[in-house]
Design a protein around this ligand. Sequence first.
Ligand code: AMP
Ligand code: MG
Length: 351
Amino acid sequence: MKTRVVKVDQVDPDIGVLKEASGVIKNGGTVVFPTETVYGLGANAYSAEACSKIFKAKNRPEDNPLIVHVANRRQLLDCTSEQDPEVMRALDSIWPGPLTVLMKRSSRIPDNVTAGLDTVAVRMPANPLALKLIEMSGVPIAAPSANIATRPSIVDSADAIAELDGLVDMILDAGPTFFGIESTIINTMKKPVELLRPGAFDHADLEPYFDNIVVSDVARGISASEIAITPGMKYRHYSPDRELYILSDAGLIKSFPTGAVGEKAMLIMSSEKFEGLSVDGISLGSEENLYEIARNLFTAFRKLERTPKAFGLIQSFPERGVGLAIMNRIRKASSGTINSKEELEALLHSG
Ligand code: AMP
Ligand code: MG
């Protein structure tokens, strides 16, 4: 497939480019576009045939449903069959933004978009380019994260081009995304509201609108029965093509000569944790700003793949605020946690 790659500004997009991209959506094609969270791989959410191209391009399992992106209230009403007035009021204040909600689906949404579920995951993205693209297409756009299934999400168009050229009709080359981590998913049909996937919006962002949000085990990444709740969560996710281990305590590396660690492992840590260490690694930015850590996370996973090191070692972060989303992604991307000096020693001497 020949892919059209077109440079465009995310904030003030060229109308000609938008006409072309919305034309592709109207004609049942696929477009990779930025949202404020990560890049999405989109198609007409009302067309089963168009959406089947998303699954094919990403190699996404058919039982993993897609998020439907809307540009206005009219489209939200068209996608859903029941609306809780309280939730609608909350969404009026929160949207556009990185919050995805589950609602009862309408008959306009084809089966393959929801993987046969009677609910649909909907969101209005806070990205001018994405909003105008949806508006001009005249239909909601179903779009999962643009990465090939199991791979780290794509937060910069350079990675979108490297990964998807030849697999989609069009890529909007618009540089890095704002948050660099996916939307928060909540189930508003449950009372109290249940957090299914932590994301760019944290508890503090949502608490003014929803009382006593319950963090599901799925959201923590520790549930065995997650399949029934949010199908996508059961799959290997966000994973670089290189083993990654979590350090329960970054101080563990100080038990070894830095050379011994650096020879085998690529360290992925905050700038603070690298202070005073004479070893190179991938810095995630300052721990003082967990949004910066979140924004650099997926790019760090992709950098790890390009190093000659045997595996990556990543520090853990406090599960507060957006730290909950950061640790959720790190856990899913990693093969395990190193809890002691002995475990780290065994790892350094393996292979
Ligand atoms: P992605 O767009 O790649 O971030 O993945 C979308 C996420 O939303 C996946 O984890 C899906 O399982 C989840 N999702 C989408 N639709 C539904 C739904 N109707 N019910 C529960 N989870 C959903
Ligand atoms: Mg994804």
